[in-house]
Design a protein around this ligand. Structure first.
Ligand code: SR1
Ligand code: MG
Length: 401
């Protein structure tokens, strides 16, 4: 079969013919469950025994922007290879890949039926107490074990060659680091925010200079194999554990980009409660949970990463002083990337539901303005924030005004 986007019937037949997962094609049903940004995502289910799989197929354009934004469909290769590596390094913290097809540009993978998307859970006020422990394991294992500190330098460069992902990186360079900082056609601007953008935000040279510093780091610092889009919509979670998915943006980039992305999305949720109709007690309690999760996430990450370094660094890296400088740089850069990832979600093309579910545009603009002010403060002052506790006390202070 030559590549074409699957219909429901075609994807059922494809899975039946190309895997050994299902026994009777007549019992299979299919629904398309993609979030609409980039790909087709199908759930194929056996009605009788409830067995199911996910098929993710790349389209050759950016779905959210329509067919006038062409995009390589080979991106599923990056996703499937990255998930396999991350699974190996973390003892199964990603969905299992059953099949990857270069011709149909699709991946058949495990359906995580007992999990929910973390963003949805957080929006409904759900707490996950294991989150910081599990995610810090994922981040420290993957970011350390794909870096030059652990890998043989020749092997690392060979692996890097498999993860040159120019088109997906270009999306991030545009949508995270460039377009939100001028009146770009691609932006998705709340009319109630426009005045602030035109008269302040887009004219703020100090802010834009700092964003460009982070953009250049994103484009040049080939530190580790990073997920590249690690927001709370890329995390499946339940009360016991979590799984990371949606790794099509994977490439060799700055480790702090993944750490910053997670923190950004927790902070967006934190700030969003200011625009919602909930009691003060609930808001304070949930923000407290998020604050503690962010503090614990960084502290556990730092502890585990340094432990890996002490036990497993290769012969080329022996200095304890350099270890501490490396981790300190990760911390400050994580704050820098975090602020870029927060600001893009209020001005750029792709927003987050945490904030956009605030229907009243004036209320939403107030929340967005606060995100932009916090983002501006953090990116400008990132190198002077000495600890994660200090970061969270700044956030508490800026959101309590
Ligand atoms: C048009 S794609 C928009 C965004 O969705 C993905 O999750 C990435 O964050 C990308 O920037
Ligand atoms: Mg995605």
């Amino acid at each position: 079969m030559n590549y074409k986007p699957f219909t429901d019937q075609e994807v059922i037949k494809y899975v039946y013919d190309n895997t050994n997962i299902f026994e009777n094609i007549n019992l299979l049903s299919c629904e398309e469950i993609g979030d609409g940004n980039l790909n087709l995502v199908f759930r194929i289910r056996d009605k009788k025994n409830k067995k199911s799989v996910i098929v993710k197929q790349a389209l050759d354009y950016l779905r959210v922007a329509g067919d006038n934004w062409p995009l390589t469909r080979q991106r599923v290769k990056f996703e499937s290879e990255c998930l396999k590596i991350e699974n190996d390094l973390t003892n199964g913290m990603c969905p299992k890949i059953y099949k990857y097809d270069t011709n149909m540009c699709c991946i058949v993978m495990e359906d995580l039926v007992d999990y929910e998307i973390m963003r949805k859970g957080l929006i409904s006020g759900k707490k996950y107490n294991h989150f910081a422990n599990n995610l810090s394991t994922f981040l420290s294992e993957v970011l350390f074990k794909t870096s030059d500190i652990f890998m043989n330098p020749v092997e690392k460069k060979k692996l890097m060659m498999n993860f040159i992902n120019p088109e997906l990186c270009k999306i991030t360079e545009d949508l995270v680091f460039t377009d939100p900082y001028y009146d770009s056609e691609s932006n998705n601007v709340n009319p109630e925010l426009r005045d602030y953008l035109e008269n302040y935000f887009w004219k703020n040279n100090e802010l834009i200079t700092n964003v460009e510093i982070m953009k250049e780091k994103f484009m040049t610092h080939s530190q580790s194999l990073i997920h590249g889009d690690l927001h709370t919509g890329s995390i499946f979670i339940n009360d016991k554990d979590l799984k990371i998915f949606d790794a099509e943006f994977a490439f060799y980039g700055p480790s702090s980009f993944d750490i910053g992305a997670v923190i950004a999305n927790l902070l967006l949720n934190y700030i969003s409660w200011g625009g919602k109709d909930v009691s003060k007690e609930f808001r304070n309690d949930f923000r407290n949970y998020l604050k503690n999760s962010i503090i614990e996430l960084w502290n556990l990450f730092e502890f585990k990463f340094k432990k890996l370094w002490d036990e497993k660094a290769n012969k080329y890296y022996k200095s304890k002083e350099f270890r501490d400088i490396y981790v300190e740089n990760l911390f400050h850069d994580s704050i820098g990337f975090s602020s870029c990832k927060m600001m893009r979600r209020c001005v750029g093309l792709a927003h987050v539901e945490d904030i956009d579910e605030i229907r009243d545009l004036k209320k939403r603009a107030n929340v967005q303005k606060l995100v932009l002010k916090i983002g501006e403060f953090l990116i400008i002052n990132r190198n002077d924030i000495e600890s994660i506790e200090k970061l969270m006390s700044i956030i508490e202070e800026l959101t309590s005004k």
